[in-house]
Design a protein around this ligand. Structure first.
Ligand SMILES: Cc1cc2nc3c(=O)[nH]c(=O)nc-3n(C[C@H](O)[C@H](O)[C@H](O)COP(=O)(O)OP(=O)(O)OC[C@H]3O[C@@H](n4cnc5c(N)ncnc54)[C@H](O)[C@@H]3O)c2cc1C
Length: 389
């Protein structure tokens, strides 16, 4: 059995950021992922364009990952419009007049992973176990152990689950979670188009579909369509011409003439909330703790902030030569992460419920909601300021 200080299961963006955050110590870290080393080192485009807040950019910069992402892959976002059905009224979120700071920056998920992977590879403290699943795990007040699919066993002072929203490690540790399968999927692809996007995102809650258009390079956007799962499956296999014709119709020509600029990707929508973010000698981070609906674009931002808080607590404990898995430390992480994530998680779920409800009363309520928000500048300014954190 090989011993480590910390074993992290899941080398996604949050697991990688956590391993990179621990480089400030000489703690010995193992990072396990079921993907091959080649796929982790050169992740393929997966359709996701992550809207990063300034707080997230600061963390990525401190980790040395921000500068490893090419400038051509960073698309500043200067505003957002929310539309309800066929009503022409739009609720607007903009940077204040004269403010040069964008609301956020869109970066492809595979570039975030690529940059964080390069950071972790250059640090000697972390060892990667690629192409492995965890088939068994145990933790008790003295130690935690995991068994890998190839039979190897690892022992640690702290075990960390960063293996996504349907976390297998969370189940192996007997931590319960609220899991909501929404029965719909999100289809994403990049399109080139003739109408200028002016670096403004559009979120359009239309009848039986939700469409988001995220501005990338000039003349290019990421198109996200949320529909019942069977409709997304149909759109995925359509030939390009039929697909573009249907998307142009669904978008009511808002982007003008479109052509495909990437492969198509689909995600079935599941939100999750773990009942606990820690147990004896184990903690949950990223989507394994909180799996947000992507509509408010905050899952990674929340996960990145959470791992940063946990890593800071661990590095402080290590400096004081105290226990890196002390229950007080893990409880403090849980309380702070819950306080940050709960309002956004519940507000997002309520928003999704209201904006996918087809009953006339709900349609009227959301129209009134948009109008009222537009006429309350402090609400719009508050949300814009929150996005620009
Ligand atoms: C369509 C879409 C758009 C999004 N847009 C945004 C956005 O704009 N802004 C934002 O902040 N967030 C966004 N998100 C959310 C964001 O993508 C996630 O919050 C983020 O990827 C979570 O990172 P993670 O490392 O926790 O999990 P993941 O990215 O899911 O990575 C988990 C890793 O664990 C590995 N793994 C899984 N199971 C096992 C196992 N049993 N054993 C070993 N390894 C395992 C996987 O291979 C993977 O590498 C979006 C999500 C979606 C689906």
């Amino acid at each position: 059995m090989t011993s480590f200080d910390i074993v992290v299961v899941g080398a996604g963006p949050v697991g990688l950021a956590f391993a990179a955050s621990l480089a400030a110590s000489d703690l010995k870290v193992a990072l396990i992922d079921r993907q091959s080393m080649a796929d982790l080192a050169q992740p393929a485009f997966d359709g996701r364009e992550i809207a990063l807040t300034h707080a997230s950019i600061k963390i990525l910069r401190e980790l040395g990952a921000w500068d490893a992402i090419p400038c051509s892959e960073k698309s500043p976002l200067f505003g957002a419009r929310v539309l309800n059905g066929s009503n022409p009224f739009a609720l607007s979120f903009d940077a204040p007049a004269g403010c040069w700071k964008p609301l956020g920056v869109l970066v492809p998920n595979h570039w975030i992973r690529n940059a964080l992977f390069s950071v972790v590879r250059t640090r000697a403290h972390a060892r990667l176990f690629a192409g492995c699943n965890v088939v068994a795990a145990q933790s008790n007040p003295r130690e935690a152990t995991v068994t890998l699919s190839d039979g190897r066993q690892l022992k640690a002072r702290l075990l960390v689950a960063a293996d996504s929203r349907l976390s297998a490690l969370r189940d192996l540790l007997h931590v319960a979670a609220e899991i909501n399968r929404l029965g719909c999927s999100m289809l994403i692809c990049r399109v080139r188009h003739e109408v200028n996007h002016h670096r403004i995102a559009t979120e359009w809650f239309d009848h039986r579909q939700t469409i988001a258009m995220l501005p990338l390079a000039e003349g290019m956007s990421s198109l996200l369509v949320t529909l019942p799962a069977n409709e997304v499956s149909r759109l995925l296999v359509m030939d390009d011409a039929a697909f573009l014709a249907e998307m142009t119709r669904r978008c009511c020509g808002r982007l003008g003439k479109m052509s495909l600029a990437s492969s198509r990707h689909a995600y079935s929508l599941v939100t999750t909330w773990a009942h606990r973010f820690w147990t004896s000698r184990a903690a949950l981070i990223g989507d394994a703790a909180v799996g947000m609906h992507p509509v408010t674009a905050h899952g990674f931002n929340i996960g990145l902030g959470g791992q940063n808080r946990l890593a800071q607590g661990i590095v402080t404990a290590w400096c004081k030569q105290s226990d890196i898995a002390d229950p007080t430390l893990l409880r403090r992480y849980e309380i702070r992460h819950r306080l940050t994530a709960a309002p956004l998680y519940h507000a997002t779920n309520m928003l999704v419920k209201l904006y996918t409800d087809e009953r006339p009363l709900a349609q009227a309520a959301r129209h009134v909601g948009l109008r009222v928000s537009q006429n309350l500048p402090f609400v719009r300014r508050g949300i814009s300021a929150f996005l620009r954190r």
